[in-house]
Write a protein that binds this ligand. Structure first.
Ligand code: GLP
Length: 237
């Protein structure tokens, strides 16, 4: 059974932080998969402030990116740059293990990254946002529970959603952990806020689990913690 916490929008960052700390504290040196995007921004900023205040430490966290666009490595809209700005600025945070989108063989790069994660013991905690089409990381609709880290073609809506940053050069492909690696995490923190996520949150948490909505495959996970703001939760019964 998922632990679903619904909070006012103003409390979303704090509730996300509380849930994050609760899960990472269950492991001595957790390997943590980190999402990018707007959803976890409040969490990372609140975490940075809590570390600065001396209230918590993330020095023990081993962070892994869950996906990357196939773009120049230091493109300002890449996930690598996102982590540089929003994670690696946290005082005691370790650098994030990343996919290299400039690798000559991207399929081999996905395999390398998956092997590095496996050698680290797999994910202890996966921090996930959700796409409006139900994607997790870049596991677009059609992704089964068995699919592994790989190169994927991005859905039109996914490309559209990041046009504000990439402009007309919105990438066509991504590197992503697969559903197998994400579902294999010992604990999952799923975050969603805003009215635009209400429909997909209801499909993910209440719909029949199906690869058509990859996030719905989380339903069977034994340690699933979901933090929603009231807008994102409004289509739940
Ligand atoms: C992106 C990322 C996901 C992210 C999702 C939602 O495409 N690949 O990891 O969770 O879309 O993004 P946002 O939080 O900006 O709504």
């Amino acid at each position: 059974m998922a632990d679903i916490r619904i909070v006012p929008s103003l409390d979303f960052a704090t509730a996300s932080l509380d849930a994050f700390l609760e899960l990472v504290d269950e492991f001595p040196s957790p390997a943590v998969g980190l999402a990018t995007g707007n959803t976890p921004l409040g969490l990372y900023h609140a975490l940075g402030r809590a570390v600065m205040d001396g209230a918590v430490s993330v020095g023990q966290v081993r962070p892994f990116a869950i996906d990357e666009y196939v773009v120049a490595r230091h493109h300002p809209c890449s996930n690598r740059e996102f982590f540089e700005r929003h994670w690696e600025t946290i005082e005691d945070a370790a650098p994030v293990a990343q996919f290299d989108p400039e690798a000559p063989d991207l399929a081999a790069e996905a395999a390398r990254f998956a092997a590095a994660l496996a050698a680290a013991g797999g994910l202890d905690v996966a921090v996930l946002g959700i796409g409006t089409n139900g994607h997790l990381a870049f596991n677009e609709p059609g992704s089964t529970a068995e699919c592994r880290a790989r190169v994927v073609e991005l859905a039109d809506g996914t490309r559209e959603a990041v046009k504000g940053c990439f402009g007309a050069e919105s990438p066509r492909a991504g590197l992503t952990l697969g559903m197998a690696e994400l579902l294999g995490a010992r604990a999952v923190l799923l975050l969603a806020n805003g009215a635009s996520k209400a429909g997909v949150v209801a499909r993910a948490l209440r719909g029949v689990p199906s690869p058509e909505c990859p996030a719905s495959l989380l339903q069977g996970h034994e340690r699933l913690l979901v933090v929603l703001d009231e807008d994102a939760a409004r289509a739940l019964d």
